[in-house]
Design a protein around this ligand. Structure first.
Ligand code: ZN
Length: 206
């Protein structure tokens, strides 16, 4: 087949036009999402027996880190980059997970099934993302639960979110997870988002 310069040019222009049309169509009107913060999250094992779990967390983060960060930042209307919390260490061990704060590392339970590793990683990162709005002595779970459900749905879908709420409601500890989840989910998604908006905006300049 003989392709003339003219036909190559025409073809190129046609492709360019198609490309532009697709690019425009892909950007949602007025709701373009900014790029999520590039979080650097590194996992280390408290003991050799947790190396398998570290590998699982590593792969999870490599695969889903961008989607998780985007879902958290979108639901919370906060950004890790703005609070300067972008390099995070997580120790994998066998015990209750916790978020840590700044230089203090997160601690993640080794034995969760994969879905709960995903959900709990988002839960603990969520604490860090909103941490500057609350005093250390405050229980911030009722506030986290105003937006974490939407982030779970965004990242992994509604079924996942429902299952992980059930998992958290079975947890026993100093804090009544079941009551806090029931209270948050007693509100409509719109009411939860509005309540979080008002909490966030009233506390953000503290
Ligand atoms: Zn928590």
């Amino acid at each position: 087949m003989v392709i003339t310069t003219v036909s190559i040019r025409t073809h190129f222009v046609a492709l360019l036009v198609i490309g532009l049309v697709q690019a425009c169509a892909a950007a949602p009107k007025g709701a373009a999402r900014s790029e999520p913060t590039r979080l650097k999250l590194t996992f280390s094992a408290e003991a050799d027996s947790f190396r398998g779990a570290v590998h699982e967390y590593d792969s999870l983060w490599t695969q889903d880190g961008v989607r998780i960060t985007r879902a958290l930042e979108t639901a919370a209307h906060l950004r890790f980059a703005e609070i300067g919390d972008t390099v995070i260490r997580a120790i994998v061990f066998e015990g209750g997970s916790s978020s840590g704060y700044r230089e203090s590392p997160m601690r993640m339970r080794a034995s969760y099934p994969l879905a709960t590793k995903r959900a709990t990683l988002m839960h603990e990162l969520g604490h860090r993302l909103q941490s500057d709005l609350f005093r250390a002595s405050e229980n911030d779970h009722p506030f986290l639960f105003l937006w974490l459900y939407a982030a779970w749905v965004d990242a992994y879908g509604e079924d996942f979110a429902r299952e992980q709420v059930a998992v958290e409601k079975r947890r026993r500890g100093r804090m009544d997870y079941a009551a806090a989840w029931d209270e948050a989910l007693g509100l409509s998604p719109e009411a939860r988002a509005a309540r979080w908006d008002s909490v966030r905006s009233s506390r953000i300049h503290r």
